[in-house]
Design a protein around this ligand. Structure first.
Ligand code: SF4
Length: 373
């Protein structure tokens, strides 16, 4: 994940980069330089060669990555593909707030095969509650205009929508508002938070399951549709994990962390969301100018995220849904004083959601097998 630009043109109220514990962005240069981008490219190629990787994925991120401008984005992707040569496939994806996505950017992305994921929180009311410009005006109108352009004129580039859950929004209405844009995939994101800085509506340790209730309503609408309308990654991941396959994200499951973050100045950091926990929690002290990605892999903070069950809290190791939940997202486990060796602050929600999905899928499968007899 490459932070090509450290500032944003929106001021979203829940943003982990600007509104939570870590304020290290203040010390970062606004934009990555072409020279730093070239160093990143060389490090990616070195890592591909060292490990004989068949593919690698560049996630262009920020702040708002479009603010870096098309030339820097093109340079990073092209330089990485040139450095890797034919040794591996270099995929590229940009994760944008969509406010300034226009034909110029999209033509360039089409030339470079850069897919586009856009943040959208639902209908206008849901989206504009948080995703505002600094003057307080909502960004829904601009984002949906960009989405129309993306889905109608460049549909092959559209990789999906990211939606941060707000319990005040109706789950089914939210899902259907996202569906209107015909996304190939939806990522429902639990708001960042932890035991010391709880997410909205989640009292740490309480038995209530407000996020599971929200997600279960969305799941039932998604799973109950007569045909698959889109992929919802969290639901697909849980179903895959129930059948013993690995997860495609770090939200659930026990798969090793596979993402490193490069900041605009070339600093190497751990997973981006860990920033939300405490100041400097994502820092490694490493830099693409003098360190390989293997240096980051050997850090104890990384090793703990590669060691599966062994790194979980005792409650998680003994849990009935351990292999599916995997203790939840790493950042959600943080508690001041004990670090990350805790269950997720969303533990009751994760347990209830996984039990529900498992029950629905098991009953469905049993009924279908019965009909085959
Ligand atoms: S449901 Fe709770 S106890 Fe079980 S693995 Fe997940 S976070 Fe840990």
């Amino acid at each position: 994940m490459v932070k090509v630009n450290s500032r944003c043109d929106l001021s979203c109220t829940y943003c982990y980069v600007y509104e939570m514990a870590d304020q290290s962005w203040r010390a970062q240069p606004v934009r990555m330089t072409p020279a730093t981008a070239s160093r990143v490219a060389a490090r990616v190629a070195e890592h591909v060669r060292t490990h004989g990787l068949p593919s690698v994925e560049l996630i262009l991120h920020g702040g708002e990555p479009l603010l870096a401008g098309p030339d820097l984005l093109a340079h990073l992707v092209t330089a990485t593909r040139d450095a890797v040569g034919g040794a591996a496939r270099v995929g590229a994806r940009i994760q944008t707030n969509g406010a300034r996505l226009d034909t110029g950017f999209l033509r360039r992305f089409a030339e470079l095969d850069i897919s586009v994921a856009v943040s959208l929180d639902g209908d206008r009311k849901a989206h504009d509650r948080h995703r505002k410009y600094a003057n307080g005006q909502g960004s829904h109108a601009a984002v949906t205009k960009s989405l129309r352009l993306l889905r109608d004129s460049f549909p092959d580039l559209f990789s999906g929508l990211l939606c941060t859950i707000d319990l005040r929004n109706d789950p089914v209405e939210t899902y259907e508002a996202l569906l209107e844009h015909r996304p190939p995939r939806i990522d429902f994101l639990l708001p960042l938070g932890n035991w010391s800085l709880p997410p909205p509506g989640r009292a740490p340790g309480a038995a209530a399951t407000p996020y599971a209730d929200w997600l279960i309503a969305a799941f039932d609408r998604w799973y109950g549709a007569p045909r698959m309308e889109t992929e919802v990654r969290l639901f697909s991941d849980i179903i895959q994990l129930l059948f013993g396959a690995p997860s495609s994200s770090e939200t659930v499951g026990l798969a090793p962390a596979t993402v490193l973050v490069i900041d605009t100045d070339g600093t190497i950091e751990l997973s981006d969301t860990v920033r939300s926990a405490s100041p400097g929690a994502a820092g490694t002290g490493l830099h693409v100018g003098s360190n390989t990605f293997d240096d980051a892999l050997l850090l104890p903070e990384t090793a703990v995220r590669q060691s599966g069950v062994a790194a979980l809290a005792p409650e998680c190791r003994a849990c009935e849904v351990r292999d599916v939940c995997g203790g939840g997202q790493y950042a959600h486990r943080y508690r001041a004083g004990s670090g990350f060796a805790n269950p997720s602050v969303y533990c009751p929600d994760l347990l209830a959601l996984i039990r529900h999905i498992s029950g629905v899928v098991a009953a469905d499968l049993a009924a279908r097998l019965e009909r085959l007899r």
